[in-house]
Design a protein around this ligand. Structure first.
Ligand code: X90
Length: 276
């Protein structure tokens, strides 16, 4: 039995022909906590947080949570949010050690996405493609790691408040953004942290900037997976720009789940690409 597992930073996508178990991260205040699964009402959560005066937090899945997701599998492919910003990868690796003590013949691969959101979707889709070919475990693992060198994440954010509040970017960087109409355009760095690349006034400029960055990164009309935090219009208009430039681009758009919505904040879009 093979299990595919990802944490909820992946936005728990539904992938035709691939059954994936999602382990949730948790978003919480002193009063309430939100489990990031497919049942979470993201809009309600964002409203709730917007009207809440105190601090909010997130927590990654524990090793125990990862371990129970392994079930009784003999093969596990697990994908996590970046280890540069979260403990999810370390927890999954700890679960792997524990599992191997009782299942010494199990094959368990944990992939550190060094990213979040739509980049996990690209990895899951690649896992489906490779395992559909019945390749042996080691070949699948090598091919996924190779693929990861060719995928990138770019994003445009309207606020860095929650990232700064939780120590994931510097307060100095965050303070410079809060201004109305300013968009931060950035990428996941090679070590899986947030790298700010440009500050743009307005969505149009931000989308032009993202388009340039994607081209420079080597996007050549392959897969692009776009997610958005309650901003389907911006996601669609970005997809339009992509199609003008690469008419055969393989594009999919989906809303962000709870974790990415919390950190990327309302209005954001994220795009994961394959480079040539
Ligand atoms: O509590 C935890 O372990 C979760 C911490 C997650 C922190 C960062 C989540 C970022 C979500 C924000 C924009 C993209 C930044 C990507 C940098 C790799 C999305």
């Amino acid at each position: 039995m093979t299990h595919f597992i990802a944490d909820s930073s992946s936005d728990h996508p539904v992938i035709a022909g691939l059954s994936v178990r999602y382990v949730p991260l948790i978003i919480s205040t002193e009063e309430k906590s939100f489990t990031d699964n497919a049942l979470l009402n993201v809009s309600e959560m964002l409203d709730n947080l917007a009207s809440y005066k105190g601090r909010s937090y997130t927590a990654c899945p524990s090793a125990g949570t990862w371990l129970s997701a392994f079930g009784n599998a003999d093969t596990v492919y697990a994908v996590t949010i970046t280890s540069g910003l979260s403990g999810s990868f370390n927890a999954a690796m700890a679960a792997r050690e524990l599992y191997l003590q009782t299942h010494p013949d199990a094959k368990i691969a944990v992939f550190d996405s060094l990213s979040t959101g739509p980049e996990l979707l690209l990895i899951l889709e690649k896992l489906k493609e490779l395992t559909d070919q019945n390749l042996p475990f080691d070949r699948v693992v090598d091919a996924v790691r190779e693929y990861q060198r060719k995928t990138r994440l770019f994003f445009a954010l309207q606020s860095l408040h929650n990232l700064a509040q939780n120590g994931r970017v510097s307060k100095v960087a965050a303070a410079a953004v809060g201004m109305l109409g300013i968009r931060i355009v950035g990428t996941a760095s090679p070590t899986g942290t947030l790298a700010q690349l440009a500050k743009c006034r307005g969505d149009r400029k931000a989308m032009r900037e993202m388009l340039d960055l994607i081209r420079q990164a080597g996007y050549a009309g392959g897969k692009i997976r776009i997610t958005h935090v309650e901003n389907v219009n911006l996601a669609e208009s970005f997809a339009g720009l992509i199609r003008e430039n690469w008419p055969n681009a393989d594009i999919a758009i989906a809303p962000s789940g709870g974790l990415c919505s919390y950190y990327a904040e309302r209005g954001a879009i994220l795009a994961a690409i394959e480079t040539a």
